[in-house]
Design a protein. Structure first.
Length: 371
């Protein structure tokens, strides 16, 4: 086993998908690791998809429809929008890159702490980023007047993850309208990442999708990696009411970036209502149950979660996020040490909600380490 200092060095770079690195450092087979760090639906892929996708194998003998009309129609029905407002891509990462290349923001304001990929994309496009800091004292809930004061005239893009990763806090649609009005006045475009919105108890209260019908300064990004547990399919989509922007994105986009099977899979998944309902019920139940359990421990503080994961602060003086990470990984359970997120330190961890039995196993390890 490597020395402790080497382990600490490695944990800085662990991501939800870095099971090979974990295997190497801790000597645990990656197949035996349960990742509470990846934030993926514990039910796995849609049963309807498992049953029917193989029957569609002949689809790979021809090119997909260049417009992906059938897939976009299913997505439009799923998010309750017009088909013309939907654009699809090879994962939401392709669409983020396309959008940044076209908008070419010189200065972006990112609501953080959050996922680092946005900063990277803006930098690749030659722009600079600043962060609007969500305050821990306010449970990481965004304060609109403070945000407005930071939206200066030189800012041309505001980036929001909603619900936010790693804080699991969210902005209601009513508040998003206020933000869009401020941005509209100042000539600022808003990019909203809704990767986790489908896990929220009341999706309609949080999603900004209906706002694309009457605001032309917003683009919403979503994918199927987390809620539909299918990161390997590389299917993402955006919802936007700005006709000129969508036209330019479609013109710049390489044709057929989504393969035939991924397009068909998307159509099947978005229509699997039983699976969608079962996922939401499981996450809602476990979110509530886990919060109640954590509330009984004096050595932690948690922030009310909206998504399928929770951010927890360690209040015990001699325990760090790395200590809990290592205690959990020895049991084959992988949590996220949040010390690498902007504005967070080695007192924060994040974990997602899985099936009840494995959630209990993790809570046992964490609460034992915090006694």
């Amino acid at each position: 086993m490597p020395g402790r200092s080497q382990m600490i060095k490695h944990t800085d770079h662990f991501h939800g998908s870095d099971l090979e690195s974990i295997e190497k450092v801790y000597g645990i087979k990656k197949e035996e690791i349960v990742s509470f760090s990846a934030n993926v639906n514990p039910l796995g892929i849609s049963p309807k998809l498992k049953e029917t996708l193989s029957e569609q194998i002949d689809a790979i003998m021809s090119y997909p429809d260049r417009e992906y009309t059938s897939l976009r129609k299913k997505i439009a029905e799923y998010v309750h929008t017009d088909i013309d407002n939907v654009i699809v891509g090879n994962g939401s990462t392709e669409l983020i890159s396309l959008f940044i290349q076209i908008k070419h923001p010189k200065k972006a304001l990112i609501v953080g702490p959050t996922y680092s990929e946005y900063e990277r994309e803006v930098a690749l496009g030659g722009g600079i980023t600043h962060y609007y800091r969500l305050e821990e004292e306010k449970n990481f809930i965004l304060d609109i007047p403070t945000l407005e004061s930071e939206l200066t005239t030189d800012v041309d893009l505001l980036i929001i993850c909603n619900p936010n990763n790693p804080t699991s806090s969210a902005i209601t649609r009513n508040d998003m309208r206020k933000i869009l009005d401020i941005c509209k006045q100042k000539g600022i475009f808003v990019m909203v990442d809704e990767t986790y919105v489908e896990f929220a108890e009341d999706v309609a209260k949080i999603t900004s999708a209906p706002l694309t019908g009457y605001y032309n300064n917003i683009i919403i990004l979503r994918g199927i990696s987390k809620f539909f547990a299918a990161p390997g399919l590389r299917l993402g989509y955006a919802i936007c009411g700005n006709v000129d922007l969508l036209k330019e994105m479609n013109q710049r986009k390489n044709p057929w970036t989504i393969n035939s099977l991924a397009a068909i899979a998307g159509e099947i998944m978005f229509a699997d209502e039983e699976y969608i309902k079962a996922t939401r019920n499981l996450i809602a139940t476990e979110r509530d149950r886990i919060c109640k359990k954590l509330a009984t421990c004096n050595n932690v503080q948690f922030y009310p979660p909206t998504a399928n994961f929770i951010l927890v602060k360690i209040l015990k003086e001699d325990v760090t996020s790395i200590d809990l990470f290592e205690a959990a990984i020895r049991k084959g359970l992988m949590i996220r040490d949040c010390s690498t997120f902007p504005f967070l330190n080695n007192k924060f961890i994040r974990f997602c909600f899985m099936n009840p039995e494995i959630n209990d196993a993790l809570l046992e390890v964490l609460l034992e380490g915090l006694q």
